[in-house]
Design a protein around this ligand. Structure first.
Ligand code: UD1
Ligand code: UDP
Length: 394
């Protein structure tokens, strides 16, 4: 019996690690599965834990409003010391490129416990874009003993960095496992869609508006390198688009980070106090959605405008084009597959790119029909098999 410690702390890590936690738990004779959350995100993490029915064994609860990278790194590192002392795991699983992941990987290294890195090998090779994620994943990659890569492309990046091929396994991205599970839940009973529509109504958006010809542009944003001018430009673009296309709805579930919200308030006024209906008739600023209603709303949307990593992987699985408000991407597979386009954070460029997709059905259909390169929903199974094989061969 091997002890597996899975560590995560933010919304996207939770979404991508939850199906893996539940997969490991299907093998109680082979693995003792221990979950430790850092609470780098508090509310947005807890909603994912609830959805996937995961009760963490340890919770560091580190989040403070306005936390910086020093705060997160030092609290996770110190918190991990006690957990590692107490649990003595055989392997520590971390995910992707957050500061929770890198600090947890470093702590495992200090304890001389092998690290398994899920979503390994993504690269832009620009350490300031995305910042600090590019450096985070490079550091975690150097520490890791096992690299669970989502695609062949990410494996190639690791091979170029002289990582031993035997330590890499191409598994697909676990986000597709999560997405398929949630989608199956949404479509399992007709009442669930009704409940979700009601939930969204309470949040401030009535999906009934989309019954006719209205279309929905769903927006998310949170990247640190877009703070300040980038987010102000994004807001100006949304404003211009909402005026240009009164027949299109723009729905923006706002990330809880004040650096994301302040430019919205600066541009649109105090939308948090207007019943989340925004101050214009076709823009809706709402609270961040739980994963289930968010996936439901992605399904209802015409296109997504986002700087998110996870959304770039999920939306194509639902046949939805994504315009990515970034200058670089560590997800070239999606660019090559034609499911996403990089549009940066220049206001004019965003307006033009969205306008093209609204007005040109040929361009839209090409993007919407492209194939999702990120997996088949069996990534977690492959990861567990890889670990089992590894230990069987020991
Ligand atoms: C973090 C990750 C980023 C990941 C993103 C996903 C780092 C450095 N950044 O960025 O890689 O892509 O999460 O969303 O690891 N807040 C709340 N409640 C929550 C979550 C956030 O109030 O549930 C607010 C707090 O004021 C917090 C702030 O948001 O201080 C920023 O959170 P933080 O985790 O530092 O940065 P993110 O931008 O969320
Ligand atoms: N998401 C969500 N609710 C929202 C917005 C996003 O559940 O209101 C999900 C989304 O489906 C994706 C993940 O959050 O799985 C992406 O998180 P984020 O964009 O914060 O982080 P990133 O993926 O860029 O690291």
């Amino acid at each position: 019996m091997k002890k597996i410690l899975l560590v995560f702390g933010t919304r996207p890590e939770a979404i991508k690690m939850a199906p893996l936690v539940n997969k490991f738990k299907e093998y109680p004779d082979d693995f003792r599965t221990i979950v430790r959350v850092t609470g780098q995100h508090r509310q947005m993490l807890d909603s994912v834990l609830k959805l996937f029915d995961i009760v963490p064994d340890y919770d560091l609860d580190i989040m403070k409003a306005g936390q910086d990278l020093f705060d997160i790194t030092s609290r996770v590192l110190l918190g991990m010391r006690d957990v590692l002392d107490e649990t003595c795991p055989d392997v520590v699983f971390v995910h992707g490129d957050t500061t929770t992941s890198t600090a947890a990987a470093l702590a495992a290294f200090y304890h001389q416990v092998p690290v398994a890195h899920v979503e390994a090998g993504l690269r832009t090779y620009n350490i300031y874009s995305p910042w600090p994620e590019e450096m985070n994943r490079q550091i975690t990659g150097r520490i890791a003993t096992w690299h669970l890569s989502p695609t062949e492309r990410s494996k190639e990046n690791l091979l170029k960095e002289k990582v031993d091929e035997r330590s890499i396994s191409v598994t697909g991205n676990t986000v597709i496992d999560a997405l398929q599970w949630v989608n199956a839940k949404i479509h399992s009973e007709p009442e669930i869609a009704t409940q979700l529509a009601n939930e969204l109504y309470e949040f401030g958006y009535d999906v009934g508006r989309l019954n006719g010809d209205r279309r929905l542009v769903l927006i998310t944003g949170h990247r640190r390198e877009n703070f300040g001018e980038g987010f102000l430009n994004i807001c100006q673009a949304i404003k211009a688009l909402s005026e240009k296309y009164p027949e299109v709805d723009f729905v923006y579930p706002m990330h809880l980070n004040p650096n994301v919200r302040n430019p919205i308030y600066e541009t649109f006024g105090d939308v948090k106090n207007t019943g989340s209906k925004g101050n214009q008739h076709n823009i809706f600023f709402i609270e961040p959605l739980d994963y289930l209603p968010f996936v439901y709303l992605m399904g209802k949307s015409y296109l997504l405008l986002s700087d998110s990593g996870g959304v770039q992987e999920e939306a194509p699985g639902l046949g939805k084009p994504v315009l990515v408000m970034r200058d670089t991407t560590e997800r070239p597979e999606a660019l090559e597959a034609g499911t996403v386009v990089l549009v940066g954070t220049d206001c004019q460029r965003i307006v033009e790119a969205v306008s093209h997709l609204i007005e040109r059905s040929d361009l839209y259909n090409k993007m919407a029909q492209a194939r999702n390169p990120y997996g088949d929903g069996k990534a977690c199974e492959r990861i567990v098999e890889y670990l089992k094989e590894h230990y069987d061969n020991e």
